[in-house]
Design a protein around this ligand. Structure first.
Ligand code: FES
Length: 362
């Protein structure tokens, strides 16, 4: 198939370093050490190439992107070349000085993560004492600076009872938008699935809380809600389709269609030090191998929804079924759907201890 239009957004994962150790971290199990991170000049070139190919937004992410001292320089460069910039941060390294530098550099928006609405639980989930208090302070500084704030809560069986309190906290802190996102189960989340997966009653309670708040807060705060796809009828169109809408540059410079794509076997991983972003987007086998529908086996090939869900998540198919080129097991028609029913049936009554995100795996 021909290459699709360029992606609207670039996710720039500047580093995997992070003071937090969340058990559902979206980073890969094998985290990149500082010595393998791209240098500032590489990132400046990546931003130039992204703008030249038509990308409109850059999301500076990690790990904790504020661990990179060159972040204000990268933000300033993004502003100079007309890229809208968003900082995805835990907030624990944010203070009046660092925030002032970023605002001065032209940062457009901040997405701040919280682990819970309750301080002791937030600190336990992040495995960092005092992190919740620092996040509260970060939110107040961001709003006082006049930067638009989105607050993100990742929810799971151990905190989802507090969704109403999370929404109230976001409102109190002055967020314009809040994201309530159930954990997705690959990488660290899959390793901790028994400790994180809610039951159906918990899921329904979160849906109810979000629906009630959407009515109450209409016109004041936007609420995004991400369901756990283990309880969905159809798979999610992960990344809007493989290699169709999303571009991720990892700390080492690998260019990926999604943040978990480094698990895909038997394919070369293109890097920004070897080819341009546009060449990689259009021609790299990693991007073309699951783009569109030509790669699909049945039941996806004959499914009426194949251009809506694009076969679901390739990384989830690989992690659960052992192959990336089969239907996502969350689909009711997938040959491997029994793996999902079994995971739900095997969910223990008492959650096991978290296996925290640490360098070098658990
Ligand atoms: Fe890689 Fe879904 S996370 S395709």
């Amino acid at each position: 198939m021909t290459a699709p239009p360029p992606p609207m957004s670039l996710l720039a994962e500047l580093t995997h370093r992070c003071p937090l150790q969340c058990p559902y971290c979206s980073n890969p199990l094998a985290l990149e050490p500082r010595a393998r991170e791209l240098e500032t000049a590489d990132w400046l070139r990546v931003l130039d190439e992204a703008a030249a190919m038509g990308v409109l937004q850059v999301h500076f992410s990690g790990g904790e992107p504020m661990a990179r001292p060159d972040l204000p320089q990268l933000v300033a460069h993004a502003a100079k070349i007309g890229l809208y910039s968003n900082l995805i941060t835990s907030g624990v390294l944010l203070n009046p000085t660092t925030l002032g530098q970023l605002a001065q550099a032209g940062l457009d928006h901040i997405q701040l993560s919280f682990q819970d609405a309750q301080a002791d639980e937030g600190d336990r989930i992040a495995h960092m004492a005092g992190s919740h208090a620092r996040k509260l302070e970060a939110a107040r500084l961001i709003v006082a600076e006049g930067l638009p704030l989105t607050i993100n809560f990742v929810i799971h069986r151990q905190n989802c009872a507090r969704v109403p309190a999370m929404l109230a906290l976001a409102e109190e802190l002055g967020a314009r938008r809040v994201e309530i996102a159930h954990t997705q189960y690959y990488g660290w989340g899959l390793m901790n699935r028994d400790a994180l997966l809610p039951d159906r009653a918990q899921l329904e309670a979160t849906e109810h809380a979000v629906a009630e708040a959407r009515t109450r807060l209409a016109g004041r705060m936007t609420i995004d809600f991400v369901t756990p796809d283990y309880y969905a009828d159809k798979p999610k169109p992960c990344m809007g389709g493989w290699g169709q809408r999303f571009l991720n540059v990892a700390p080492s410079g690998r260019v990926l269609p999604c943040h978990a794509a480094e698990t895909i076997p038997n394919v070369a991983f293109p890097t920004v030090t070897e080819a341009s972003l546009s060449d990689i987007w259009e021609k790299a086998p990693l991007f073309t191998m699951f783009r569109g529908t030509d790669w699909m086996p049945d039941p996806c090939r004959s499914c009426a929804f194949k251009e809506e869900d694009w076969g679901g998540c390739r990384c989830q198919a690989l992690a659960l079924a052992g192959r990336a080129d089969v239907a996502d097991p969350v689909c009711h028609q997938a040959h491997d759907h029994g793996l999902i029913s079994q995971a739900i049936a095997d969910r223990p009554q008492t959650p096991p201890p978290f296996r925290y995100r640490r360098y070098g795996g658990a």
